[in-house]
Design a protein around this ligand. Structure first.
Ligand code: FAD
Ligand code: MLT
Ligand code: ZN
Length: 461
């Protein structure tokens, strides 16, 4: 059956590159979650918009489901193909197509890697400010599909704030040009914004035009050791009130210890319970003096135990490694990832309740907290103990996630801040979105993808 379907695809698009070797099916059929067994039909690697359109039309005619695939760094199973889908990898469509100095935009193919895009912007004396640890392997197409956030959201916002235009091949194979780089456009619904964060369920992003920013001013990086999580938001309010922040992240001793075990360097003599990693504008000596004054103010209130300021690029990278290295350092435990958000103002109350809930619910598991606390976004990672049973571990995680979802609902938060719903958070969608929302989302999906071939089973069934 698979052979005849693939023969028909080869016949329909003879120049299309296809991979079917078991190692390729395994490699392209999963993302960073590693919780679902990959079982795609095949991997298609189009090299043009025309090929994408042709294969979507072919998939419609043959009722074949498609999973769009970028760098597969996703953390919620959005790019997983475990049910005989055709994976459409955009890795061959990875070029920077052009720069417009007047519009200050960069046009790229969807498979362009985030870091390549950042470098291309820098070469033009500008910046593409979306940034996070997967920059070396995630793609712009995947970033758009998940509305990726990261470590600069506090200053620059999410991916959706930087997409001037995009081209989409819809689920029926039509090519749409959305946004068209217009600064102002009041001619009806902004379909571009519907596509951003749609996790590949409306179509395949085949080109994107990105807005660029002025390069960020010189910054200083400070790591603070904090005595308790109760004061985290006090420290945040103080720093945000007095400095121009570029990042405000937090981690705990647990995350730090995993990174240290992977070669990170502890700048302090001791391990402390909570840490803040912050970066702020420091173009002039006066800014640095302000930062010191703020630190001293925090110390006088007992809000910080220790602090270190990076005094070289190398030290800056070492400090950032302590925060950004947690995902990789804990990956071997295949953490069950919670990626939740509440309004920044709701954070203190939510944090207190979440900590009590998780402390009581996961007595036997190691829980590693970190995240973009300045955006109200926490990553709560439950590490699977070595040798434990997968099903039992997931059953317990599901039970606690139900409770967490209830808590989020009471605090008006979201079960997915930046990783997407994918497969992982699908059972909890109703805690963040009303029934009416979901009815409308389904109708929108039906309009873009009448036969339901685009990433079926992701976000909702
Ligand atoms: P994939 O994983 O390949 O796909 C993600 C989703 O996008 C899937 O649903 C897929 O079907 C869809 N998709 C991919 N390409 C297209 C396309 N061209 N058209 C339509 N749909 C498409 N995320 C954050 O938001 N913030 C972080 O700080 C962050 N840090 C991370 C750090 C590490 C170390 C890792 C491993 C991941 C991190 N992530 C983070 C998660 C992940 O990197 C992002 O979700 C990223 O945007 C995924 O991009 P990707 O190209 O790998 O997409
Ligand atoms: C991060 O902020 O480092 C990412 O979202 C990755 C993760 O949650 O593991
Ligand atoms: Zn994150």
């Amino acid at each position: 059956m698979n052979d005849s379907i693939l023969a028909s695809l080869r016949q329909a698009i003879p120049a299309l590159a296809l991979k079917t070797a078991p190692a390729d099916l395994e490699h392209y059929g999963r993302d960073w979650t590693r919780r679902w067994t990959p079982a795609p039909l095949a991997i298609a690697l189009p090299d043009s918009i025309g090929q994408v359109q042709a294969l979507v039309r072919w998939a419609n005619a043959h009722g074949v489901a498609i999973v769009p695939s970028g760098g597969r760094t996703g953390l919620s199973g959005g790019a997983v193909a475990s049910r005989g889908e055709l994976v459409v990898s955009l890795e061959r469509m990875n070029r920077v197509l052009g720069f417009d100095a007047v519009d200050r935009t960069l046009t790229v193919q969807p498979g362009a890697v985030l870091q390549t895009v950042q470098d291309a912007a820098r070469e033009q004396g500008l910046a593409y400010p979306v940034d996070f640890g997967a920059r070396g392997s995630c793609t712009i197409g995947g970033n758009i599909a998940t509305n990726a956030g990261g470590i600069r959201v506090i200053r620059y916002g999410n991916t959706r704030d930087w997409i001037a235009g995009l081209k989409l091949v819809t689920g029926s194979g039509e090519l749409l040009e959305l946004g068209r780089s217009l600064v102002k456009d009041a001619s009806g619904y902004d379909l571009r914004q519907l596509v951003i964060g749609a996790e590949g369920t409306l179509g395949i992003v085949v080109e994107a035009t990105l807005r660029l920013a002025d390069p960020p001013p010189p910054a200083q990086t400070m790591l603070l050791a904090v005595p308790s999580f109760e004061v985290l938001m006090d420290v945040f309010a103080l720093f945000r009130g007095r400095l121009r922040l570029q990042a405000f992240e937090f981690l705990t001793d647990r995350g730090l210890e995993h990174v240290l075990a992977h070669g990170g360097q502890n700048p302090f003599d001791a391990v402390h319970p909570w840490y803040v990693l912050t970066e702020y504008d420091a173009a002039a000596e006066a800014d640095q003096a302000d930062a010191l004054a703020v630190f001293e103010h925090a110390a006088e209130h007992g809000w910080v135990l220790d602090g270190v300021i990076a005094n070289s690029e190398e030290q800056t990278s070492q400090l950032w490694r302590l925060r950004e290295g947690i995902t990789e350092a804990t990956a071997r435990y295949r953490p069950y990832k919670n990626d939740v958000s509440v309004r920044v103002a709701a954070m203190p109350a939510f944090l207190a309740e979440a900590q009590a809930l998780l402390g009581a619910s996961y007595p036997d598991f190691e829980v590693v907290w970190f995240g973009h606390i300045g955006d109200g976004n926490l990553h709560i990672n439950v590490l699977q103990p070595d040798g434990s049973d997968d099903d039992e571990f997931l059953r317990q995680c599901a039970h606690v996630t139900e409770l967490l979802a209830g808590l989020l609902q009471r605090h008006g938060g979201s079960i997915s801040a930046e990783h997407g719903v994918g497969l992982l958070k699908k059972p909890y969608l109703s805690s963040s979105r009303s029934d009416a929302d979901v009815v409308l989302m389904r109708a929108i999906r039906q309009a873009f993808d009448p036969r339901g071939i685009m990433n079926p089973g992701k976000i909702f069934d």
